[in-house]
Design a protein around this ligand. Structure first.
Ligand code: SF4
Length: 463
């Protein structure tokens, strides 16, 4: 459940909405938009299903486990409350009979929408729980409602995807890529920085494709023309970040040639020298069978050029082991790529068929045990590479954003360097400061000297 808010003293009780947000950061930003609209209109969020007038469940439909979790959560909300609106990726999914899956399993839900459907969700809320007469618009924080801690936030720059990777059904749920106008994105970024955000995480299904299909249309921000183009957007975000002493981090960047233009911004420290590039594989034949974007690019050479342009660059990536038809030789090529490319942070899924994905029909499906065995072999190599690269940081002094610091950090705390995105990478364990007067505060930066590694993490002494 999202955190609750209370009625203003003396005001009539406002209708309350329970909210559950499941799924990825893109879904989280949808949840934030809905919660912001609810709050703007004077609805309150409830502490429990039972205490709410209505419950909204934002679902995920990406893999079978996520589908099950979403359907179970809807079931729990129906059992405890009975009045449930469903939104998100699972809401757009059909069952084997072609009927809406959520409605087939839970026919009593009040309304079902797909992802990125704030207006439709609000219409359903208005239909089943009329708007209060006295909305507390003035109480709305300028940055809207966020589900992340106060000091970092996700910024979604586009929705949907123009690719058709054979293992993925996201385009069928979210549609083709639509970029947000650059002025809107920058206004939201400024509001987030103004509200205290110290790290902005730029997300979308395909960040590097930001507005390519519109021929980089010119937008306006602060009365000045700005091209709707990733490099221009990053330059403006970097200016905002510098003015607020904050970080900008890019996720889901495909290795298209124009990404090269971002490296000087990273080398100068204007945006974080960190790229989250979902390579998924390295062998050209597997990439072709996956129908991956930028599969014709020479990724190893490109990465080496990026590292020459920006030696401090950290690369995180995700991979799939045991894709249909993957030969031992193709898999070995993947392992070699991870070693040679020096991928700093790698995640790996054993291939698993997703209902409705084209890859299900490919020949050469591997047994589940083999897919899992390859995932384990991949992770052993990836961890070795990651540990080697982490060791290179020992002795360095790094800027750390503090995420956790009980008792003002006197007993130590936890934070992240530019090399660590929240939730998915390692952390920096901060030792108690040597000086008694030295404190650590959540959401503030501290300099720290790295003294050791600990698994995927670093250990550091606050400077
Ligand atoms: S790029 Fe491929 S994996 Fe990513 S959302 Fe688009 S179709 Fe899915």
């Amino acid at each position: 459940m999202s955190s609750p808010s209370e009625s203003a003293p003396g005001q009539p009780a406002s209708p309350t909405v329970g909210f559950v947000s499941l799924g990825c950061p893109k879904a989280l930003t949808d949840s934030e938009l809905i919660l912001t609209r609810l709050s703007a209109e004077g609805y309150r969020t409830a502490r429990s299903f039972q205490g709410a007038d209505l419950v909204i469940v934002n679902t995920c439909g990406f893999i079978d486990e996520a589908v099950k979790e979403s359907l179970d959560t809807i079931g729990e909300a129906l059992a405890s409350n009975g009045r449930v609106i469903v939104t998100g990726c699972l809401g757009a999914k059909s069952g084997s009979d072609g009927a809406n899956l959520v409605r087939s399993v839970h026919p009593k839900v009040l309304a079902v929408t797909g992802p990125h459907a704030t207006d439709e969700v609000m219409q359903a809320v208005h239909a089943h729980l009329p708007k209060p007469h006295d909305p507390f618009v003035d109480l709305l924080p300028p940055a809207g409602i966020k589900l992340t801690p106060r000091h970092y936030a996700y910024l979604k720059i586009s929705e949907g995807c123009n690719h058709r990777c054979t293992f993925c059904i996201i385009p069928s749920m979210r549609g083709d890529l639509v970029s947000r106008p650059v002025g809107d994105v920058l206004n939201e970024a400024r509001a987030l920085f103004d509200s205290g955000v110290k790290e902005l995480l730029v997300v979308s299904q395909d960040t590097s494709a930001y507005c390519v299909y519109l021929q980089y249309r010119t937008g306006f921000w602060d009365g000045k023309p700005v091209k709707t183009r990733l490099t221009d957007l990053c330059e403006r975000l970097a200016e905002l970040a510098r003015a607020h002493e904050a970080w900008v981090r890019l996720h889901y960047v495909y290795p298209y040639p124009h990404v090269d233009e971002l490296l000087p911004l990273m080398a100068d420290g204007r945006i974080l020298p960190y790229l989250d590039v979902p390579f998924q594989h390295a062998h050209p034949d597997v990439l072709r069978r996956m129908r991956r974007p930028a599969s014709g690019e020479r990724n190893l050479e490109r990465l080496q050029r990026w590292r020459e342009a920006c030696p401090q660059l950290v690369v995180r990536s995700t991979f799939i082991a045991g894709f249909p038809g993957e030969t031992e030789e193709e898999f070995e090529a993947l392992l070699e790529f991870v070693r040679e490319a020096g991928i700093d942070r790698a995640g790996c899924f054993a291939y698993s068929p997703v209902d409705g994905a084209a890859a299900n029909a490919l020949p050469g499906q591997l047994p589940a045990a083999e897919r899992e065995a390859r995932r384990a072999r991949f992770m052993a190599v990836a961890e070795e590479v990651s540990a080697r690269r982490l060791l290179m940081r020992v002795g360095a002094t790094m800027q750390v954003l503090v995420d956790h610091a009980p008792a003002l950090g006197r007993r130590g705390g936890r934070g992240r360097s530019y090399a660590d995105a929240p939730e998915i990478d390692g952390v920096v364990h901060l030792l108690p400061p040597a000086r008694a007067s030295r404190t650590l505060k959540v959401g503030e930066f501290t300099r720290a000297r790295i003294v050791a590694t600990q698994g995927h993490d670093l250990v550091a002494e606050p400077a």
